[in-house]
Design a protein around this ligand. Structure first.
Ligand SMILES: NC(=O)C1=CN([C@@H]2O[C@H](COP(=O)(O)OP(=O)(O)OC[C@H]3O[C@@H](n4cnc5c(N)ncnc54)[C@H](OP(=O)(O)O)[C@@H]3O)[C@@H](O)[C@H]2O)C=CC1
Ligand SMILES: C[C@H](O)[C@@H]1OC(=O)[C@H](O)[C@@H]1O
Length: 258
């Protein structure tokens, strides 16, 4: 089936877009005049409002919607709000995620479950809630989920986190099969070391930061815009034949063994 070229303005949802990569991605889609749903968890409206202002300044139209992606009822309510306001999505960016660094033996069930529910169940819930309407609309579209280099490697304090990132990549491969016939492609983006709040505490370890930087051939840590740009590229009509792919965005960190 020929994937229809989305007609502007496109409608885009970026989960977890109050800060970091999600904020940069929301602003990047704003630059093309998109209608951008700025999602934030309960209690973060200030940061989300700042993102909305960036989307507007870039030329887009924001809609701020509070929802904990791990909460099925909140996700259902967010879908209702978005569909009532703008109809079905053209692009879904599953970005929301947490990485509370913890030693393996310090990870209790509550922490394991929270990381699984936000990072992996959240992608499942949001994708199911929004692609149902995308299929019915018949316009095709994009599902782009932010996995991680951590899907391919481990982390001594990321035992709970890495498994969710590998799960996201796997989820996109199965959904590529389910949704491909409807012109909706599903791909995972795998950032490396990107300077955001998720790393703020961890990167106080200057030796770790120096090690990371030494592994990155382009000689710098990543910025949120480095990921936002790739997410925008993967949303374009020219990416229509990418389906079920893992797209590494790490400056060469993963391949640099020696
Ligand atoms: N930075 C990096 O080095 C890398 C990041 N990633 C992934 O990129 C994605 C974005 O992370 P990044 O921008 O770095 O981190 P940030 O912590 O800066 O941003 C994450 C955003 O997700 C939001 N969020 C957290 N939990 C929920 C939830 N339950 N429901 C809705 N939103 C939520 C946060 O909200 P709040 O403002 O309330 O905290 C925050 O705005 C994550 O999936 C992460 O795993 C992958 C590889 C590398
Ligand atoms: C949070 C980590 O520092 C960051 O995020 C990832 O997914 C990679 O594991 C990076 O180390």
């Amino acid at each position: 089936m020929n994937v229809p070229v989305p007609q502007a303005p496109r409608t885009v949802l970026v989960t977890g877009s109050a800060r970091g990569i999600g904020r940069a991605t929301a602003a990047r889609f704003g630059r093309e005049g998109a209608r951008v749903v700025v999602n934030h968890p309960p209690g973060e409206r200030g940061f989300a409002q700042e993102t909305a202002e960036l989307v507007t300044a870039a030329g887009g139209t924001p809609l701020v919607v509070e929802a904990d992606v791990a909460d099925p009822d909140a996700v259902t309510a967010m879908a209702r709000t978005v569909h009532d306001t703008w109809g079905s999505l053209d692009v879904l960016v599953n970005n929301a995620g947490i990485c509370p660094f913890a030693d393996f033996f310090d990870i209790d069930v509550a922490l394991w479950d929270r990381v699984q529910h936000v990072n992996l169940r959240g992608v499942f819930l949001v994708t199911q809630a929004f692609t149902r309407a995308m299929v019915e609309a018949g316009r095709g579209g994009r599902v782009l989920s932010v996995s991680s280099i951590s899907a391919w490697v481990g982390g001594s304090q990321q035992v709970h986190y890495c498994t969710t990132k590998a799960g996201i990549s796997s989820l996109m491969k199965s959904l590529a099969i389910v949704l491909g016939p409807h012109g909706i492609t599903c791909n995972a983006v795998l950032p490396g070391a990107i300077a955001t709040d998720i790393n703020k505490d961890d990167w106080t370890d200057t030796a770790k930061v120096d090690y990371f930087r030494s592994r990155i051939p382009v000689g710098r840590m990543g910025e949120p815009a480095d990921v936002a740009g790739v997410l925008w590229l993967l949303s374009q009509p020219e990416s229509a034949y990418m389906n079920g792919s893992d797209v590494l965005v790490d400056g060469g960190m993963f391949v640099n063994l020696q």
